[in-house]
Design a protein around this ligand. Structure first.
Ligand SMILES: [Zn+2]
Length: 280
């Protein structure tokens, strides 16, 4: 899970003229609507990525439906496709899971409920298809806003505890969220809700196993070799922030007294550890 640089409010406001001009089918949006849209985008930005239902309904249903349908014009070859292209161009990995490439735009405030925001770039977050689909089953207001919840960026809330069986050196690990360190209860609720809805921990068992198996596939024989390769791998993911699962996993391995060359050799032999169903 990581936080993205927020698109500028000015960029979103500059889109408005193009949005109005793109309404060539319904033909219900005009110059006065650009003032309303401008005010709505500013409110959304001012309130850190949210508006009320009443504010959304400033527009009539006809105009909201026109805005809803204009989202189709963000697709390739359409007049608003530059909005999609610009947002996607700065994000490679999905900010919700950190696993898959971003391939879709998620409406943070759902498009069907907040039609006025359908083409507001401040509300469009590049995610992977898996997270985008799973998010639809959750509470729409209960997700981290990758553009506005920047508080999380400097809080190491994601933790992985490494265990090792002292007799056979077989490893297991457990993912958790440190609510206390987030301090802000509402934000901690969002983090937990998001992780639960996108089934992040379950998905991460596979990913952490694959990552470790890849690292240990290069016949590591000494503790020094192991320390060096873990430090190198840890450095590779720095730009994703302190709560990226790869960073947290590798840091936990580096810091844990439960992971040494003995565990690495045992792991490489068995290929996959047993996690005892923890978090599954
Ligand atoms: Zn994802």
């Amino acid at each position: 899970m990581w936080i993205l640089p927020k698109p500028l409010l000015d960029e979103a406001l500059a889109d408005i003229a193009n949005v109005i001009a793109a309404d060539t089918e319904a033909k219900v949006l005009g110059p006065t609507d650009s003032i309303t849209l401008n005010k709505l985008y500013r409110t959304y930005d001012h309130n850190s990525g949210t508006i009320t239902e009443v504010e959304d309904k400033t527009f009539s249903l006809t105009k909201r439906t026109a805005l809803y349908n204009l989202y189709d014009k963000t697709q390739l070859g359409q007049s608003l496709s530059y909005i999609r292209a610009e947002l996607m161009s700065v994000v490679d990995i999905c900010p919700m899971c950190g696993i898959m490439p971003s391939s879709q735009l998620d409406h943070l405030m759902p498009r069907k409920d907040y039609k006025s925001l359908s083409v507001c770039r401040l509300n469009l977050v590049p995610t992977c298809g898996v997270c985008n689909n799973k998010k639809r089953k959750g509470d729409p207001s209960g997700f981290v806003h990758a553009y506005y919840d920047h508080k999380l960026e400097n809080i190491p809330f994601f933790e992985i505890e490494i265990h090792s069986n002292p007799i056979n050196h077989r490893m297991s690990w457990k993912f958790s969220i440190n609510r206390a360190i987030i301090a802000d209860n509402a934000l901690a609720d969002k983090v937990e809700h998001q992780i639960s809805v996108i089934k992040l921990f379950r998905r991460l068992y596979k990913e952490t196993n694959t990552l470790l198996a890849d690292i240990l596939s290069s016949n590591i024989t000494s503790q020094h070799q192991l320390d060096t390769i873990l430090a190198y791998e840890y450095g590779k993911y720095e730009r994703y922030g302190m709560n990226d699962w790869r960073r947290v996993f590798l840091k936990s391995l580096i810091d844990s007294p439960c992971f040494s060359i003995a565990e690495a050799k045992e792991y490489a032999l068995k290929i996959r550890p047993i996690n005892g169903g923890v978090n599954a």
